[in-house]
Structures are given as structure tokens and as C-alpha cells.
Design a binder for this molecule. Structure first.
Ligand code: NAD
Ligand code: MG
Length: 385
């Protein structure tokens, strides 16, 4: 029996993770499950999987969680510190799939105490990559990427790190691939939510439409795989069948193919270093017909250029980039700024940032950089463009 915990259990990644765990009740002992505010689902999951602890992030929801768990052996807890305490309980495998910057400290607590950190929360790497890598190294923790592209890259590299020449991230192009950049000024959150291939949480779906998600993944690649910014490329591949590719020094390219189902990369991380039967649809190439590719248009997807700028700045620029992007997304969801204004906000905040003098290995410096960037994003939006 392997002891496992899932943080962000009620989300899209969390539910897919529990789907795989629930299929093999004899193999997994569920320790902690957490959710943000969806008490009913969290309680249902915790009871069904006989978890030891259920933690809801919103402190005021503790009475509701207790009521929903009444009659079961699951222990209820609530609030940010309870969540971080639960993430510090040693387990064999823990999934970090809370959305946003809130996930970084959860990932760090897992990395300090558990054997394997399965990392879906991309913000952990983008904002605190240096710190997280250091903690994993110091504690001998195995970090396995869950983002589909990074799982694909990890699988393609297969231990041949030294021979890597280039990493090619694939992007679906999202719902606006064929939209004119001018029309994108008026795009609504509802239109941006409608991803053609992947079924994901609200925030990452909108980030996919703007390619801020791909920009985050470029930064994630930079933090995970010891490659320079020039070695990372993005190519649009609308079918989302190739999940990413790695080019080696001899010119060979390895590609990872599979259906667009997050249970693939989650299952890979859950079972690594073994491969087990997963409940995924099998690809039928005859039915697929063609796979196509095109270069992204910078006018349509300005986020990609901002990722390059962020890598070149170094230091805590990743934390600034992410905070400005999260704040801009909130403003877009509130309909206070337009779709393309999100990139304008991030550009302005980066331009105001001085990355010298901050310590990338210090969580306080990361949190400060995040907080300042959020304030500046609000100011940038208020001033207008
Ligand atoms: P989601 O919004 O569906 O779920 C997020 C989870 O975090 C939920 O359980 C929610 O209740 C919880 N949560 C939200 N805010 C919280 C807070 N402040 N404190 C504690 N818990 C909080 O998101 P998702 O799509 O599952 O994505 C989770 C993470 O995985 C994100 O970082 C995302 O970028 C990454 N990711 C997702 C996918 C995908 O297919 N959904 C793919 C790759 C990477
Ligand atoms: Mg991805």
C-alpha cells in the first residue's frame, strides 16, 4: 500500500487523480485530500476513499465540512495553516494541484516531507523553481511533472539529458487560433473558456486561449530541464496529439503522442518508474488523418514574447510574470479589462521590475515579488492603455 495525498482534489486535475486512485483501492492508502471551497464534493471524495483528513482552504467552511463528514472517520480541518500542515504529513506520493500561486508553499511542504511530488501546479516552478529544485535536491525528493507537455518531455528525454539540443512545446492554439487579433480585443471570458481539445479548470482554459498557459509552460520547461531560453520552441499543433517533442544533438526528434486526457500524465506520475494499464482511449491513426503544425503569430499571442523576456530577466521575474498574469486574469474575468489587455498589463509590470537584489531561494522574497506585482498590475489597468 502506498500512502498518497491530493491537494486541490476537487479541481480538474484532482478529480482525474482520484479517478485513477479509486480504481485500485488495494494499492493506495489515502491520507489527505484538500479543496478550496467545494465542501460537498470534498466530503464525498474523502468518504468514498476513506481519507484520514479532509481540509478545506476557506477557514469559515469548517462547520460545513464537519457536518458533511458527520458519521465518517474522516478528520476535518480548515484554513491555510491546516492545509500547509496536511501537506507536511509524510507520504509516498503527493499531488500538488491547487491552482495559482497558492500552490507554491504546498509544493514546498510536500517536497520537504514526502518521497515523490507529482507537480501539476505550474506556478510552483514559474515563481519558485530555483527554491523548489533546491528543496527537492536537499531532501532527495523525486519531482515528477504532471503538466502534459512536461510529462511528455520527461518521457522523451528518458535519462539522455546531456544530448538534448532543443525542446519543442506543442500548443493547440486554443479557441482563438483562427481569430483576427483585432477581434480578440473584444473576446469575452465565455468565449475564452471554450477550449477545443482539453477539458480543464476555468483559469487554465482562459490562459490557454491567450497562450499565457504556453508562456507559463516555457518558463516551467526552463526551470525543470536545464536548457537555455534559445533551446525552447513553441509550435502550434491544433490536434493536441503530440504532447511535446525533444530534439537531440544527432538531429533525431522524439515525440510523445497520446489522447488529450490528463489521466495519461497523471497516471504516468502515479506509477513511475513502472507503466501500468490506464483507462485511456487508444489512438487510431487512420481515423486521425493528418497532424498539422504552424508557427504562432506574435501579434495574436503576445504572451510568448513576454515569457522570453521573463527568462532573459532571470531572478524573480517568473514570480512577477505569474502574479501580473493572475491579477490581469482576475481583471478580465471581472470585465474590467479586455482580452489583449492582459498581455499589456504583464508587459507594463515587467518593465517596472528590477530583479537584482532579490534572493530566488528565499520564500519571503518570492512572496514579496508576487505581492508587489499584483499591486502594479492593478495600477497599470487603472491607468488604461
Ligand atoms: P481547478 O480550478 O479545476 O482546481 C483547483 C483546485 O485548487 C480545486 O480543488 C480548488 O478548490 C483548489 N483551490 C483553488 N484556490 C485555492 C486556494 N487559494 N487554496 C487552496 N486550494 C485552492 O484547476 P485545475 O485545472 O485542476 O489546475 C490545477 C493546477 O494544475 C493549475 O496550476 C494548473 O495550471 C495545472 N494544470 C492543469 C491542467 C488541467 O488539465 N486542468 C493541466 C496542466 C496543468
Ligand atoms: Mg499543459
Amino acid at each position: 500500500m502506498r500512502r498518497v495525498s491530493v491537494f486541490g482534489a476537487t479541481g480538474s486535475i484532482g478529480q482525474n487523480t482520484l479517478d485513477l486512485i479509486a480504481r485500485r483501492p488495494d494499492d493506495f492508502d489515502v491520507v489527505a485530500l484538500s479543496g478550496g471551497a467545494n465542501v460537498a464534493l470534498l466530503a464525498e471524495q474523502a468518504k468514498a476513499l476513506r481519507a484520514e483528513y479532509a481540509i478545506v482552504a476557506q477557514e469559515n467552511l469548517l462547520p460545513d465540512l464537519r457536518a458533511a463528514l458527520a458519521g465518517s472517520a474522516v478528520k476535518a480541518a480548515a484554513g491555510r495553516s491546516a492545509l500547509l500542515e496536511a501537506a507536511a504529513i509524510p507520504v509516498d506520493w503527493a499531488m500538488s494541484s491547487v491552482v495559482g500561486f497558492a500552490g507554491l508553499e504546498i509544493s514546498l511542504a510536500i517536497a520537504r516531507n514526502s518521497k515523490t511530488l507529482a507537480l501539476a501546479n505550474k506556478e510552483s516552478l514559474v515563481c519558485g523553481g530555483a527554491l523548489l529544485n533546491r528543496v527537492c535536491e536537499d531532501h532527495g525528493t523525486c519531482l515528477l511533472p504532471v503538466d502534459s507537455e512536461h510529462s511528455a518531455i520527461f518521457q522523451c528525454i528518458g535519462g539522455a539529458d546531456k544530448e538534448v539540443e532543443r525542446i519543442i512545446l506543442t500548443a493547440s492554439g486554443g479557441p482563438f487560433l483562427h481569430s483576427d487579433p483585432k477581434a480578440l480585443e473584444k473576446a469575452t471570458p465565455e468565449q475564452a473558456m471554450a477550449h477545443p481539445n482539453w477539458d480543464m479548470g476555468q483559469r487554465i482554459s482562459i490562459d490557454s486561449a491567450s497562450m499565457f498557459n504556453k508562456a507559463m509552460e516555457v518558463l516551467e520547461t526552463h526551470a525543470l530541464f536545464d536548457v537555455s531560453p534559445e533551446q525552447i520552441e513553441v509550435i502550434i499543433h491544433p490536434q493536441s496529439i503530440i504532447h511535446s517533442m525533444v530534439g537531440f544533438t544527432d538531429g533525431a526528434i522524439m515525440a510523445h503522442l497520446g489522447p488529450a486526457d490528463m489521466r495519461g500524465p497523471i497516471g504516468f506520475a502515479l506509477n513511475w518508474p513502472e507503466r501500468v494499464d490506464l483507462p485511456l482511449e487508444r489512438l487510431d491513426f487512420g481515423a486521425l488523418g493528418a497532424l498539422s503544425f504552424q508557427h504562432p503569430d506574435p501579434a495574436q499571442f503576445p504572451a510568448l514574447e513576454l515569457a522570453t523576456q521573463t527568462m532573459q530577466m532571470g531572478g524573480l521575474a517568473g514570480a512577477v510574470f505569474n502574479a501580473a498574469k493572475e491579477a490581469a486574469l482576475d481583471l478580465f474575468l471581472d470585465r474590467r479589462i479586455g482580452f489583449l489587455d492582459m498581455a499589456r498589463v504583464v508587459r507594463q509590470v515587467l518593465a517596472q521590475t528590477d530583479v537584482s537584489g532579490s534572493d530566488t531561494l528565499n520564500i519571503k522574497d518570492v512572496i514579496d515579488a508576487d505581492a508587489i506585482a499584483r499591486v502594479r498590475a492593478g495600477e497599470a489597468a487603472q491607468k488604461g492603455f
